[in-house]
Design a protein around this ligand. Structure first.
Ligand SMILES: NC(=O)c1ccc[n+]([C@@H]2O[C@H](COP(=O)([O-])OP(=O)(O)OC[C@H]3O[C@@H](n4cnc5c(N)ncnc54)[C@H](O)[C@@H]3O)[C@@H](O)[C@H]2O)c1
Ligand SMILES: [Zn+2]
Length: 721
């Protein structure tokens, strides 16, 4: 018996751990299917030995939790999980249970695609979006209204309609469209940042950001699939409510369909098995719901999920093919990444020729060898992954693939900094692919956007020895003679090129800063740094510690930027760019100082604030001459505390006798006429704010007329946006 007990305990602990990683950290340590198998195993054991089930078993509760970064709100209606299955036999059993539960009454199903993102509860009051809450632990979730407001296809105002309740809840999925996910990862790879594992994790991570401007940059989207309201009775069925949601302007995917039998459900499942890969959104299955609301109530709920719905999950698609070669790419920041070249094989709607192996650890973990038959899988991510090796088909005498010790391009000894997964070529100044990629980055659309000097041309110029660093680009006008001699370089091309170079001198400083290709300094960080320091000289003179105090600029970014600016080679490039007339400072006026009331005072902002974002508070303080820093010291004037301030910060402030004030105290200081000389010590922590945020005036026009509700099953057109 103790063996069973041990097994239950081990499974419970493992599942708790995986849930924590998945919901809190946005990390999938194992494939979903493996997680679901472990959960099913535990469920089975608990059913056989209910006396050994542990309290709070993962089989009995929704897996998520609330984060510590947002105010929270209670759900008016519990936000549950869905029972799931990978087998058609289970679906038939589900059908039987429903039939029995309804005592032989007729019923209809609605089938929907299962979008792989993050569940969201939206409250609309008098036609306005008033609150967005995550599922959290099912009872209570994070209030992320401001982040949700950045979702472009989500109406802030609904089209008025007679059948629209004064208050209702629209449930649905927030997700990151696949093209956005791909683009974001490409940028992250170029900036040397860790890649996002899949669109679901990327979406979940984006919703947890504190700065809504950053959330907006992640271009999330929403599909609604649920309607809840005290007067839901006006709609007899789920499908009628979907049609209503859509008619009010909420985005509802057209892919749903009413099904009158389990056979029709299975047809729907088979139909979408491949077709789902043509959608610009990740899906991992089909959700099957009993359509009639009254019948849903009759069937009821378990502790964890409704008895009137089930999710059918498609197994991950895999193929088997031969590994021909492993090539090593050197990226802009020197990261060396292995790419597997495969015999072409069809997989999930495309022909796969290459797969990612990610890094050296992965090669070793899989014990990959050239000529191996390998399994390739495509999950939520676009580039397929090698997930295993068919050892029975291993060619005789094959040797393990060893990761090169030296750079495949410049032969420099590779390094692997502690805590990083990638080997890196440290030869920043001389490694050709790095120099070339930096030039390509500099001329790219989001950086200097030099017309007439695309990635290909600049690469060619690099190969010819015409340019090595961005500063060399500005010497090209003096080298016209050499340019005319080049093949495919007519007079017209040269004119375009020179005009493009000239025009790039007008590109604002933040984009120049981004264009320099400093590791970890992506578009957003460049924008923040430029806005904060305004000139390259001010920026270059700043220590890593001070840089790290700028919001959204963490320690790692700060270290990297500071080191870059201290490097002589880089300083020379900057001086030459400046001499050439490239914008090395923001033009236009700095934001006006409103008063000098806070001059000489320093502040630390900690926790979540009710009326302002952290950025707004920082701006407010700076407009009045104050400074915001990151760490608490004896010299600090005030700690401004929001909800959920870290206890360590509070302790430290109390110990150093730094006054702790609330957001309200700060705004009160700024609105009282007399200037403050010496701060008094007063501690007034805000009470936890909840729910009901103030309603903002319209910033969006009412949404355009949606396409007429189709009753489902329509084509894919207009499916997403
Ligand atoms: N890999 C791991 O380590 C790991 C860890 C924990 C959980 N997981 C995965 O997460 C899943 C459990 O998460 P869950 O409890 O959120 O269940 P779930 O994701 O399987 O199903 C419930 C969710 O489906 C979503 N959904 C999408 N389309 C929908 C639609 N049309 N109608 C209704 N809901 C729709 C909603 O967000 C809802 O909350 C498991 O299946 C597991 O595979 C994986
Ligand atoms: Zn190199």
């Amino acid at each position: 018996m103790t063996a069973i007990q041990d097994q239950i305990k081990a499974l419970t602990e493992r599942l708790h751990h995986l849930n924590y990683q998945y919901y809190q950290k946005d990390i999938s340590e194992v494939p979903d299917q493996e997680f679901d198998q472990l959960l099913a195993e535990l469920q089975h054991l608990e059913q056989q030995y209910p006396e050994f089930a542990l309290p709070n078993s993962p089989t009995q509760r929704v897996g998520g939790t609330i984060t510590k970064q947002f105010p929270t709100a209670l759900h008016r209606y519990l936000m549950l999980s869905l029972g799931n299955t990978y087998s058609e036999a289970d679906l038939r059993e589900f059908d039987e249970r429903v039939r029995r539960g309804l005592g032989g009454d007729e019923f209809t199903y609605v089938c929907e695609l299962k979008f792989d993102g993050v569940a969201m509860s939206l409250t609309y009051t008098d036609g306005q979006l008033t609150q967005g809450v995550t599922r959290g632990d099912g009872t209570r979730g994070d209030v992320v209204t401001n982040n949700v407001r950045t979702i472009k296809n989500l109406p802030l105002y609904l089209r008025p309609a007679e059948n629209q309740p004064a208050e209702f809840e629209a449930r649905g999925e927030v997700f990151m469209p696949l093209p956005v996910f791909e683009e974001l990862n490409k940028e992250r790879e170029q900036n040397g940042e860790a890649l996002l594992a899949n669109p679901r994790n990327a979406c979940s991570g984006a919703l947890k950001l504190q700065d809504s401007a950053l959330v907006a940059a992640r271009r999330l989207r929403f599909f609604s699939y649920g309607f809840l309201s005290p007067n839901r009775g006006a709609f007899p069925t789920h499908s009628a409510s979907l049609e209503a949601l859509q008619s009010w302007g909420l985005p509802v995917s057209d892919s749903w369909r009413r099904c009158h039998s389990m056979q029709e459900v299975l047809d729907f499942i088979h139909e979408w098995e491949k077709k789902r890969f043509t959608l610009p959104v990740a899906t991992d299955g089909i959700v099957i719901k009993v359509d009639n609301f009254r019948q849903q109530e009759v069937l009821g709920y378990t502790a964890k999920s409704p008895r009137w719905a089930i999710a059918y999950k498609y197994p991950a698609e895999a193929a088997r093919t031969r590994l021909r070669e492993v090539q090593y790419n050197v990226g802009r920041t020197g990261a060396v990444t292995p790419v597997a070249h495969l015999d072409p094989v069809p997989l999930a709607g495309t022909v796969v020729k290459r797969a990612s192996v990610h890094n050296a650890n992965q090669i070793a973990a899989l014990d990959l060898r050239l000529g191996d038959m390998v399994f390739v899988e495509k999950g939520g991510e676009i580039i397929p992954k090698i997930t295993g090796v068919d050892l029975t088909a291993r060619p005789a005498g094959s040797l393990p693939i060893s990761f090169p010790a030296n750079c495949p391009a410049c032969d420099t000894l590779l390094i692997r900094p502690a805590g990083e997964v990638h080997f890196r070529c440290p030869n920043e100044r001389g490694c050709p692919p790095q120099l070339k990629a930096r030039l390509e980055h500099y001329v790219s659309r989001k950086a200097l956007n030099i017309d007439g000097l695309g990635a290909e041309t600049v690469g060619r110029f690099f190969d010819l020895g015409l340019v090595t660093t961005p500063a060399d680009i500005y010497d090209l006008p003096q080298r016209r003679d050499e340019l005319v001699k080049l093949e495919r370089m007519g007079e017209k091309s040269i004119q375009n090129l020179l005009a493009g170079i000239e025009a790039s001198k007008q590109v604002p400083f933040d984009r120049v800063l981004f264009g320099l290709g400093i590791r970890y300094v992506g578009e957003t960080v460049a924008d923040k740094l430029a806005a904060h320091y305004r000139t390259v000289d001010a920026l270059a003179a700043t220590s890593a510690t001070d840089l790290a105090a700028v919001p959204e600029v963490g320690g790692v970014i700060a270290e990297s930027a500071a080191a870059w600016f201290q490097d002589d080679f880089n300083r020379q490039i900057m001086t030459r760019l400046q001499a050439a007339g490239v914008q090395m400072a923001l033009t236009g006026e700095a934001p006006k100082a409103v008063s000098d009331r806070l001059v000489g005072l320093t502040f630390v902002l900690s926790g979540v604030f009710e009326d302002h974002s952290r950025d707004e508070l920082q701006q407010l303080i700076e407009q009045h001459g104050g400074k915001v820093t990151g760490s608490i010291s004896k010299k600090l004037s005030y700690l401004v505390a929001g909800d959920k301030m870290g206890p360590a910060k509070r302790e430290k402030a109390l110990e150093l006798k730094v006054p702790i004030i609330s957001e309200n105290d700060l705004t009160a200081i700024l609105s009282t006429p007399e200037t403050i000389a010496e701060p008094d010590i007063f501690v007034s922590l805000p009470v936890t704010p909840l729910a009901n945020e103030p309603v903002e005036p319209p910033t969006n026009p009412a949404p355009a007329a949606p396409s007429p509700a189709t009753g489902g099953g329509a084509g894919q057109q207009g499916l997403l946006f």
